[in-house]
Each structure stands twice: as C-alpha cells, then as structure tokens.
Design a protein around this ligand. Structure first.
Ligand code: AMP
Length: 220
C-alpha cells in the first residue's frame, strides 16, 4: 500500500501514521521528522531547512523533493509507505506524481484527517515529545499525559516541547496549512483517491475509522 495523509498541524497525523505503519509494516516517511533529523545531523538539507522551520514556514520545495526522491527509491519503501507531511503544496504534489511515475508506482489512497481549527491550537500547544530521538513518543499534557510528569513512559527520557509548537507560531502554521496545503484536498479528490476521516474523537476510535476506510478502499 502507498498511502498519503493530509491534515492540519495537530490533527494527529503523526500518531496515526506511526501506528498504521507498525501494524501494516509500511515505511513511515514523516517530512517533519526527516527534517528535524537533518537539522540535528547538520546535513546540507538540515542547514537549508532550519531557519524556515524555526519560523514555522515551509522549507523550500527543492529540499523536500530531493529528500523524498531518495527515500521513495530506497529499499525501505519497497513494500509500501505512508507519507506524512509531504506534499504540503501543489508544486510538491505534482513533483510527487512525477517521482512515482518514474518509479512506476501510484498512490493507493489519500486520507484527509478533518478537524476544526479551534481544537487544533490546544492540541498543538499541549503536545510534548520525547527528547530521545530513537523513541520520539508523543504525549499531550491534557489528553494523553505521561504517567510521571514530563518523563517518557516508554524510555524514561525527559519530554520537550517542539519550538514550533509554541503559541506564537501556531497561527501562522495554520494559516499556511489553509492557504497552501488545503488545496491538495481537491487535487486528490479529482484523482478519486481522497477519503475523509473525522479526527475529533479519541485516537483509538480515529484509528479504527482509518482502518475501516482503508479496507473499503481496497474492496472498491
Ligand atoms: P511537521 O512536523 O509536519 O509539523 O513539520 C514541521 C516543520 O517542518 C514545518 O512547520 C515546516 O517548516 C517543515 N516541513 C515539514 N514538511 C514540509 C513540507 N512538505 N514542505 C515544506 N516544509 C515542510
């Protein structure tokens, strides 16, 4: 399966994609995680991306397109993949079409996680992530707190807040989503790939809806 997820920052894309990738044994390609790793490693892509990410702006398309060209043609993706956070605008979506055509592949479905804006701000600003890069577990101070304050349940490392999850950047990230990323909903609807899932409920219920949607897509 080759699945693409759309959804605003804070819609729960990362959490759902991680779980889905584990269960379906697919590669999980999160553009945000790949960029954060590149910044930490100080690669060329990371150096180009850092300032844009710190400001909550989109990193230039060519950085993402090169990154995903390398990933999609790697062995890791041979049995299928889940794209999380790429593409984020029409130019990237067209570039992805071309990359997949070159690999003789097609997307099998596009899932849009729908959630109203007023719920997103609280979700984003309350998010905490494990500081251990090989763990990367995600918590929320109100909706899914860790057992001990500020400590990861899975590996015991301290939790941290992503710098772009601070309140002052959230509005501009949501504006960018509506202006540049939301047009992808029509782009993929026209290709008859789009499925919408309500992302307002509990993570387990949303996951069940995603599985149901994927099963119905396979049958149709
Ligand atoms: P995320 O973890 O998906 O919220 O992404 C964090 C940040 O990485 C975004 O605010 C952007 O600065 C950058 N980013 C992630 N994916 C993309 C993309 N497809 N195009 C441009 N910038 C991106």
């Amino acid at each position: 399966m080759r699945i693409l997820f759309l959804g605003a920052p804070g819609s729960g894309k990362g959490t759902q994609c991680k779980k889905l990738a584990d269960i379906l044994k697919l590669a999980h390609l999160s553009s945000g995680d790949l960029l954060r790793e590149a910044v930490l490693l100080g690669t060329e892509a990371g150096k180009k991306a850092k300032d844009f990410m710190d400001k909550g702006q989109l990193v230039p398309d060519e950085v993402l397109i090169k990154m995903f060209k390398d990933k999609l043609s790697s062995k890791e993706c041979a049995n299928g993949f889940i794209l999380d956070g790429f593409p984020r605008n029409i130019a990237q979506a067209k570039a992805l079409d071309q990359l997949l055509t070159d690999l003789n592949q097609q997307l099998t479905s596009v899932i849009d996680l729908q959630i109203p804006d007023h719920l997103l701000t609280e979700r984003i600003t309350g998010r905490r992530i494990c500081s251990n890069k090989s763990c990367n577990a995600v918590y929320h101070i109100r909706f899914s707190p860790p057992k001990a304050d500020n400590v990861c349940d899975l590996c015991g490392a301290p939790l941290m807040q992503r710098s772009d999850d601070k309140e002052e950047l959230v509005k501009s990230r949501l504006d960018i989503y509506h202006q540049l990323t939301e047009p992808l909903i029509d782009f993929y609807d026209e290709k008859l790939l789009l499925r919408t899932v309500d992302a307002q409920g509990k993570p387990d219920d949303i996951f069940a809806d995603i599985m149901k949607t994927l099963k119905s897509t396979q049958k149709s």
